[in-house]
Structure formats: structure tokens, C-alpha cells
Design a protein around this ligand. Sequence first.
Ligand code: NDP
Length: 331
Amino acid sequence: MQWRIQQQQWTKKTEKFLVPSVQKAWIYKEYGAAKDVLQLDDGVPVPEVKEDQVLIKVCAAALNPVDFKRRQGKFKATDSPLPTVPGYDVAGIVIKVGSKVEGFKEGDEVYGDINEKALDNPKQYGSLGEYTAVEEKLVALKPKNLDFTQAASLPLAILTAYEGLERAGFGPGKSILVLGGAGGVGSLVIQLARKVFGASTIAATSSTGKLEFLKSLSTDISIDYTKQNFEELPEKYDVIYDAVGQCDKAVKAIKGGGSVVALTGAVTPPGFRFVVTSNGSVLSKLNPYLESGEIKPIIDPKGSFSFSQLVEAFSYLETCRATGKVVISPI
Ligand code: NDP
């Protein structure tokens, strides 16, 4: 498929917004390392809006490990065809609505994860471009107190955190250990476990330099994995949320009848793994916690990366050392 098609730059005028036919977006035409395959292209078609979709003028996008794993070709069998505009997380402004869209109108500020199933035919036109089209059921109104950068940092990670806690049957009075507590997902698991699910005790692991960060998120027990093996400590937990890939060790630290949510790596029973489902209504349900400030978006201390710095941003994310989220803003 050829991106570059002869089209007039501006083709359609809506009441408030001009929708161009082509956009500037990051693309890759083959799988590989960020520096080898990513290109910024100003001739990428703006995706057509289906009847159940909204077209979003992207203001900010966040990166997730799934973006680089997909770009490395790990999900080739179920991926959309190349070339690909990467990106799952978006925050932006609705500039066009499909004929059957009822919940949103032009001008609405929204956020969401544009791929309902992370690994199952993710969209060819992702969020790392000026425009992306997404089903209305996958987005929610942006929390009023958050800017686009903050909102973009949330969807995939907070939906993963929430779905994993729900699937584990987590609830009031239960204890949890979060492996990878300083990462994009882990830092939200800690916050949701406390504020939404009513955890009794929250423990989390990180390297030495991030222990204070874990405490700032309200963990009761912060474990330095460079000095202690969590599975050898006396404390046992109702649920272990493993965002690192240590399920074999995690099963040794659960209470009888407890469970391990494994996001990545091999699964040891009774641990289980799931793949996140994007869902705008879950974001809407969590909006009050974000608007009240009880749950906070965490953006890596390096700050957001500019749109032109995508290769650097991926290189940083791929070190697996980010604190909270890596965000691309403004777009
Ligand atoms: P991040 O890149 O945000 O995680 C980085 C963090 O991991 C860093 O803060 C780092 O802290 C921490 N970390 C790395 N190694 C360890 C370790 N041995 N022990 C404790 N902490 C560690 O990743 P995400 O949180 O976004 O995702 C985590 C994993 O979950 C990824 O593999 C991702 O692909 C997967 N995932 C799966 C989903 C699913 O649906 N199944 C959905 C979302 C994510 P430090 O520097 O202190 O080591």
C-alpha cells in the first residue's frame, strides 16, 4: 500500500473544523528497531471515520511497551498490515463524528486507548499522528482538571490496572504486592488498589532510587528488589500484581487461595494472564477519582517528549526504567 496519494490537502469543511486528507504521522514500513524503521511522513492519509467512530485531532499520545513489542514484530500473526502508524493512547479533540455516534460531538475533549484488543488487529492508523479515528465506545470525556499530556498518559495503563484487579477479585480489606510498582501500570495499580478497591495493605517492588516514589503513592511496604527477594520475606499477600514477569516467584508469596495477575512472561499456576480490553465506560467510571485528585497521572520526571523526539522516547521506554508514563506532547 502506498501512503503518498495525490490528494488535495484540505478536502472537507465541517461547521467548526477542517479535516485534511493527509497528515503528518510517524510510520514504519517494516518491523525493527526504532532508529531503523520509524519515519516522520507528512503524506499519511487521514483515516476515514466509520459510522461508530469519532475522528480525533491528536493533542498528546503516550507510549506503552506494546508499541515497541508490536514494532519489533512480536505480534505479526495478529497485527494489521504494514505500514503502521503506531500508538494506542490518545488525548485530543473530536473533529468529526460518524453517522451513528451518539455520545460525542465535535469539539469534545476526549481520551482513550484506540485498540479494543491490544494484540488483535490493532489499528493501522494509531495515535502517533495528527489525526486518529476510534470507536466512540473506546473513548471518554477527558477529566476536566487534566491537560492533554496528563490525560494521554492514562488509558491503556489504567485500564490494565483496573481490569487486572477486577479479574483477581481484589476488594476491600485485601492485601496486594505490586511487582514493578514504579512503572506505567504498577504506579496506577497501587493508586487504584488504595482508592478504588479499598486495599488493606499495599506492598510494591522497585530499585533503590524509586523507593521514595513508591512511598509517595501510599505503599505500606516498599521492597528494594536489588537488596531483597520478595518471595523470601515473611509477608504473604491475597493478590500479587506482576508487571515485571516474575510469576514463578510470585506464587511463593501468595496466601492460600490467593492469586497472581501476570501481565508478561511465563505463567505459573495459580497465576493467570490477560490482555487488556479498551473500554471508554471504565475511563468514565474512573474520571471522578481523577477529577478529585485521588488518583494522579504519573509522567516520567524527564517530562514529555516532543513529537519530533519519538525515536528518543522509544529508546528511553525500551530501557524498562521509566517512572510512570512516557508521553509525546504536543502533537
Ligand atoms: P514500564 O516500562 O512502565 O515499566 C518500567 C518500570 O518497571 C520501571 O519503573 C522499573 O523500575 C520497573 N522494573 C523493571 N524491572 C523490575 C523488577 N525486576 N522489579 C521491579 N520493578 C522493575 O512498563 P508498563 O508498566 O507499561 O508495563 C509492564 C509490563 O506489562 C510490560 O511488559 C508490558 O508489555 C506489560 N503489559 C501487559 C498488558 C496486558 O494486557 N497483558 C497491558 C500493559 C502492559 P526500576 O527502574 O526500579 O527497576
